[in-house]
Design a protein around this ligand. Structure first.
Ligand SMILES: C[S@@+](CC[C@H](N)C(=O)[O-])C[C@H]1O[C@@H](n2cnc3c(N)ncnc32)[C@H](O)[C@@H]1O
Length: 218
């Protein structure tokens, strides 16, 4: 699994960049501080970066502009096409793949990044891939993921109710359909996979998790 939501991205690719800038009122809070989130992930990334779910290439573009070597992996051909059209990304290759099945970069990477992607994986899939990412990264290497996550089940329940009451039904459906984690559980996955974490909240929904590899996974 992990790719069960791909039909959503077929149609979304063309409008995606307008939505990150607030064009869809239902998703304005999810995309609040979007560019700041990308800047933050870029600023904390090392020199050689594996990026998952590169979408229309917005984070890729920031990483390239910062002089980093980037290996963007994206399962949606429509999203890859949108990214490949951007002037600043003409020298960048976008690889077909996803968080579970992807071509290994041709050189060692020190950072693995993604933004608004990890929630497509179930709890089981998340735990499996974190062990694999541990094997790819050196000690001191880092995973930096921006994504919607919740401080507790109670916070999730409250937000879901709020979205329904506000009539933001698409967002509410999304929250119920995909695999948005509670931070305490997510943190256990990272710790069991040999990572030490810190978190920063970037808007009402989105946090960044910084996870440094401190030991080999068991
Ligand atoms: C909300 S968009 C985020 C795009 C980009 N990272 C950004 O910050 O604008 C989610 C992206 O993840 C991709 N995606 C969906 N499932 C995935 C998976 N299992 N592995 C990797 N990427 C996935 C989608 O095709 C889409 O491009």
């Amino acid at each position: 699994m992990g790719l069960e939501f791909m039909p959503i991205f077929e149609g979304w690719a063309v409008d995606y960049d307008e939505e990150v800038n607030g064009a869809n009122p239902e998703y304005q809070e999810v995309f609040a501080n979007y560019w700041q989130i990308l800047d933050e992930i870029t600023a904390h990334s090392g020199q050689s970066v594996l990026e998952f779910g590169s979408g229309t290439g917005n984070l890729t573009e920031k990483l390239v502009a910062a002089g980093k070597t980037v290996y963007p992996v994206e399962p949606s051909p429509e999203m890859r096409d949108m990214a490949a059209k951007k002037d600043a990304l003409q020298a960048t290759s976008f690889f077909a793949g996803d968080m579970e099945n992807f071509p290994l970069p041709p050189e060692p990477v020190d950072t693995i990044v993604s933004n608004l992607v990890f929630h497509h994986l179930t709890a089981e899939e998340k735990q499996k891939v974190l062990k694999e990412y541990n094997q790819i990264l050196p000690i001191g290497g880092e995973i930096i993921f921006g994504d919607t996550m919740f401080l507790s089940q109670t916070v999730y329940d409250t937000y879901l109710r709020t979205e329904k009451e506000a009539g933001r039904q698409n967002l509410a459906d999304d929250l119920e359909r995909e695999y948005y984690p509670v931070i305490g559980e997510l943190d256990q996955y990272f710790q069991k996979s040999g990572f030490q974490t810190t978190y920063r909240q970037m808007n009402r929904f989105v946090w960044i998790v910084y996870a440094e590899k401190i030991m080999e996974a068991e």
